[in-house]
Design a protein around this ligand. Structure first.
Ligand SMILES: Cc1ncc(COP(=O)(O)O)c(C=O)c1O
Length: 381
């Protein structure tokens, strides 16, 4: 008998699947980055980015993965030895701390147990105690734990102080609500390979005017990452150096898709898929890991007696589902099922079906079919 070819599906919190329209757009012939075709493309992408970031500020486009944009922010916002707060509650939040340390900043960490959200009052208290803090480094969706932090409240706590609030919205953009201007976020970064449904390789930074003032007075060395140069070229709808033109074509198409659906609807869809997933997983006797879950992904505890690596192996080899493992000390202890980007209810149902079968095969106890029944119920609510 001929072996069936499994369709591989990404249920990872980045990179995410690419819509056909994005793939097609990336087959456009190459253009020169100083020509009219490029500046037209750039202008259109810029408007789309302002829409998804919900900002009137320019959004810089960097040719790098998300970490590059994080590092670029640190290099552009500080003088050597500046004091900053880093809210650490997961792998990516800890990255802020590491980058700041690498640039010789004095980092005051606020530690949050993994799986929990930061208490904004703790940040307010730290800012009272240390009036000289130059920036607060935060994360909207912490992808390693599936937690979405309360950024609107945090922003209100930071607002009376001179510290800038710098937010990693890399996995949150288009999945969780993000109102850059309305919440008063100073700097927001994101990347192409998550809610924006594009390949990895480009990242974005929006800065408000107080942040631009800081960029001008900062003295840390920078060259490729110099935001001043990026802003100068942005006025001409260009980037200082050769950008990832093909990915920008993809992004242009992805932003059109998002604008056609409408950002609010896109976020509602993510919230709905998250709700359905969580109802199903709970019905399968699984414990959710995050106490304040994001719409982008669901982090789930691997039940006692089940081998987490074997579960992921079965999901992939038997069902073609790529699901993410836990990271650092959570490797094998949780798995992370994303419902991010180009994902619909059918995809989520397929993931739940595969999970039920894999868990049954591994001997986990639950009432057979309970996941799908719960998903159906949540879907009709
Ligand atoms: C919240 C968050 N921050 C930072 C990063 C790092 O981005 P990259 O791997 O694109 O450098 C990721 C990637 O998964 C992320 O989810």
């Amino acid at each position: 008998m001929q072996e069936m070819i499994l369709k591989k599906r990404l249920f990872t919190p980045g990179p995410t699947s690419l819509p056909q329209e994005v793939i097609r757009a990336m087959t456009e012939p190459m253009v020169h980055h100083r020509g009219q075709e490029f500046t037209d493309l750039f202008r259109h992408v810029q408007q789309g980015l302002q829409y998804v970031f919900q900002t009137k500020n320019e959004v810089l486009i960097l040719t790098c993965s998300g970490t590059g944009a994080m590092e670029a922010c640190v290099a552009n916002l500080h003088c050597p030895g500046d004091k900053v707060l880093a809210l650490r509650g997961g792998k990516f939040a800890e990255r802020w701390d590491k980058i700041c340390q690498a640039y010789g900043l004095q980092v005051k960490p606020i530690d949050i147990p993994w799986g929990e959200a930061v208490d904004p009052q703790r940040v307010a208290q730290s800012l009272e105690e240390e009036p000289n803090i130059k920036a607060v480094y935060a994360t909207l969706c912490e992808t390693s734990t599936g937690v979405v932090h309360d950024l609107p409240t945090l922003a209100r706590m930071v607002e009376p102080h001179s510290a800038l609030l710098v937010v990693d919205a890399i996995s949150a953009l288009c999945a969780d609500e993000l109102l850059t201007d309305a919440w008063g976020l100073d700097v927001v970064i994101s990347s192409s390979q998550k809610g924006l449904m594009c390949p990895p390789g480009i990242s974005f930074v929006s800065l408000n005017e107080p942040s631009w003032d800081r960029v001008k007075s900062a003295t840390l060395p920078r060259f490729y990452w110099d935001f001043r140069e990026m802003r100068r070229f942005l006025e001409k709808n260009m980037t200082p150096y050769t950008p990832a033109i093909t990915t920008l074509y993809g992004l242009n198409a992805a932003l059109d898709i998002i604008q056609r659906e409408g950002l609010e609807k896109v976020i509602e869809r993510h919230a709905r898929l998250a709700r359905i997933t969580r109802a199903a997983l709970t019905a399968l006797n699984l414990q959710l890991f995050s106490q304040r879950p994001s719409n982008a992904l669901t982090a789930v505890q691997v039940p006692d007696g089940i081998d987490g690596a074997e579960l992921l192996r079965l999901l992939y080899h038997e069902h073609g589902m790529v699901v993410a493992d836990g990271q650092f000390h959570l490797k094998g202890k949780i798995f992370r099922l994303a419902h991010l980007g180009d994902t619909n209810e059918r995809d989520v149902i397929a993931a739940i079906t595969a999970l039920e079968k894999s868990l049954l095969a591994l001997g986990h106890e639950f009432s057979e079919g309970a996941g799908l029944r719960a998903a159906k119920m949540a879907s009709s609510e």
